[in-house]
Write a protein that binds this ligand. Structure first.
Ligand code: FAD
Ligand code: PHB
Length: 392
């Protein structure tokens, strides 16, 4: 058995684990990160694309902001398309804030590079990771690598291990309250080396279903269309995808669309999920390990970052201020922000998608909501305020 001793054992090398690790490194708090899969596999997962200003500030604080400010695309607004027309939500004008379009894979890559430069320990391809004794006096994590058993003794365990990870599952069921909502559809997404149809994102409501035009750079587009929950990527040739995407956009956007071969195509199912509390003894749940939102509001990654903010401040208070207050309040503070993003993501999803078996009443309500939104500065301000991210 190989043994280690550290202050914080971090399970999961996604954005939440890596960001927490980097902030802790800078504060001189020792940590080890382990992940079930390889570095290259993590970097191949195409996920989120929109960072709130507060998330960018957190990445700056972790010392990894250089490339974001150089290559990221600053967006001061986005388009809401419906009934054949589009309405701009002027985030910058309404709130004074903007968002940064910068892919999650780039964030992860920047954080991995910084960690490597610091010489901090990360262990990939770790099998069967398990947190132990987080309700007792000797919290530790065990796993195997290359058939050899490993054990990390620590002060605290950070469960940054995503929705399917072992940390949340290790908490006794009676101690956890979960809230869940499934949506009866998915998003079929593609990446293509073509210039984006517009310089800003377009969220479109159409009778055939939702569509989203996003991007990764001035040359690379990320597009999504709503599909059924049981749909498969094999059902969608590139041509079928482009035809359906264009059908769901107002004519001026459809006409301007540049199409080309996709080099990534995947389906994500939509759900809302929250587990409470986010702390159990000396173990914390962070990011997707504790909550999932549908991607409509672009909040998943940003919530992972705000959780890290609350946890980092709590750990600083513990190690520097010798006070347990931050740790005691982590769950409550993080959840207060989480629930507001859960609400916004649920609302935006409900507004923008076509639900199976929608009756005429629900349909009219959706139309009225979008019409109201397009005419009311108060309503637009509310959307903009949530989209740019509520304050920490
Ligand atoms: P993750 O990124 O899931 O990282 C968790 C890490 O834990 C992973 O590296 C995993 O390998 C590791 N792990 C799991 N089990 C173990 C184990 N047993 N042992 C060790 N390590 C383990 N958000 C948006 O805002 N916009 C989007 O478009 C969007 N698209 C998404 C598409 C998909 C398919 C998914 C799954 C999520 C998407 N999200 C999106 C959400 C966003 O990507 C997540 O909120 C974000 O990745 C959360 O970061 P995290 O670090 O908490 O979790
Ligand atoms: C993305 O670019 O992948 C993206 C952007 C906005 C969203 C969801 C996903 O709301």
């Amino acid at each position: 058995m190989i043994t280690y001793r550290t202050q914080i054992a971090i399970i999961g090398s996604g954005p939440s684990g890596l960001l927490l690790g980097q902030l802790l490194n800078r504060a001189g708090i020792d940590n080890i990160i382990i992940d079930r899969v390889s570095k290259s596999y993590i970097l191949s997962r195409v996920r989120a694309g929109v960072l709130e200003g507060s998330s960018v500030a957190m990445l700056d604080k972790a010392g990894v902001g250089t490339r974001i400010h150089k290559d990221g695309l600053l967006h001061g607004g986005f388009e809401l398309a419906f009934s054949g027309r589009s309405e701009r939500i002027d985030m910058q004008g309404l709130t004074g804030q903007s968002v940064m379009v910068y892919g999650q894979t780039e964030v992860t890559s920047d954080l991995m590079d910084a960690r490597e430069a610091d010489g901090a320990l990360s262990i990939y391809d770790a099998e069967g990771a398990q947190p132990h004794d987080f309700d007792g006096h000797s919290p530790h994590v065990t796993f195997k690598k290359d058939s050899v058993s490993h054990r990390i003794d620590c002060d605290f365990i950070a469960g940054c291990d995503g929705y399917h990870g072992p940390c949340r599952k290790a908490i006794p069921t009676g101690a956890l309250h979960t809230f869940e909502k499934h949506y009866p559809f998915g998003w079929l997404g593609i990446l293509a080396e073509v210039p984006p149809v517009s310089h800003e994102l377009i969220y479109a409501n159409h009778s055939n279903g939702f569509a989203l035009c996003s991007m990764r750079s001035a040359k690379r587009s990320r597009y999504y269309i709503q599909c059924t929950a049981d749909d498969r990527v094999e059902n969608w040739s590139d041509q079928l995808f482009w035809d359906e995407l264009r059908r769901r956009l107002p004519e001026h956007f459809a006409d301007a669309m540049v199409i080309g071969p996709s080099f990534e195509k995947s389906i994500a199912l939509l759900r809302s999920f929250v587990a409470e509390p986010m702390r159990f003894g000396t173990m914390f749940l962070v990011g997707d390990a504790a909550h999932i939102v549908p991607p409509t509001g672009a909040k998943g990654l940003n919530l992972a970052v705000s959780d890290v903010h609350y946890l980092y401040e709590a750990l600083l208070e513990h190690y520097n201020g010798k006070s347990p207050a931050g740790i005691d309040h982590y769950s409550q503070k993080a959840l207060a922000r989480v629930w507001k993003a859960v609400r916004f993501s649920w609302w935006f999803t409900t507004c923008m998608h076509r639900f199976p078996n929608t009756d005429a009443f629900d349909q009219r309500i959706q139309e009225a909501e979008l019409d109201y939104l397009s005419k009311s500065t108060a309503a637009k301000t509310s959307v903009a305020e949530n989209y740019v991210g509520l304050p920490y």
